[in-house]
Design a protein around this ligand. Sequence first.
Ligand SMILES: Nc1ncnc2c1ncn2[C@@H]1O[C@H](COP(=O)(O)OP(=O)(O)OP(=O)(O)O)[C@@H](O)[C@H]1O
Length: 249
Amino acid sequence: MITLQTIQKVFNPGEPTQVTALNDVSLSIETGTFVVLVGSNGSGKTTLLNIIAGALAPSSGTVRFDDHDVTRIPEYRRSRWVARVFQNPLSGTAPELSILDNFRLAALRTTRKGLRIGSGEAFRAKVRDRIATLGMGLEAKIDQPMGTLSGGQRQALTLLMSVMDHTEILLLDEPTAALDPRSAALIMKTADQIARTYQLTTILITHNLRDAHTYGDRLILMGEGKVVRDLDAAAKGRLQLVDLAEWFG
Ligand SMILES: Nc1ncnc2c1ncn2[C@@H]1O[C@H](COP(=O)(O)OP(=O)(O)OP(=O)(O)O)[C@@H](O)[C@H]1O
């Protein structure tokens, strides 16, 4: 479970450019929940994800993963639990390295002490099997440079890479914003499948209201650094797409 308690984030405090990006945000997110986060530009969505990932420290308030207070734990030490996928399919992968080597790098980043990263057949087979679950035929291309794949293919692999090991929390910051509609649909399906298969606690930021309506089992609307609406699975199930569109006037 992720628990945020009275989180405040003020950028440039005391200066004319001071901004309160998050204003007294308290949230509990149950393990395995898929939360969709929507809100206008500048409402604080990315700042919230940054604080959960540890990329930013809150000005005040606490962040807990289960019983652990992780508020002061830096991003690199949270990465064993937290994986993050960004808008740009080029970020997080090395284009000149093969798919397999990209998976090796990802495993090196997240692996816990004692876990062996196979450089041999076992690791190769594990990667091939995982990639096959995408149903994109990419398992036949694992020795091909990452840079030769399409944005959608890379983003699907980035998603998979991010959950190879002990990931419990998956943060998706507009992962389809840079993709064509067909690739975007495929990535959303893949993300949903991965989240359910590995029972991840997932938070998706999206400006695509259709995706916000279709996916996830909780829907949160942010506005001016606050949680404005918070719908559980039942309420979200009753929400029509037109109602959601009305939230944005
Ligand atoms: N590093 C920073 N320095 C100063 N102000 C910042 C910084 N990061 C974010 N902000 C400000 O904090 C507010 C919230 O920004 P944030 O990026 O969290 O919004 P968002 O909801 O993710 O927006 P978008 O939908 O446009 O991505 C905005 O007013 C933004 O300008």
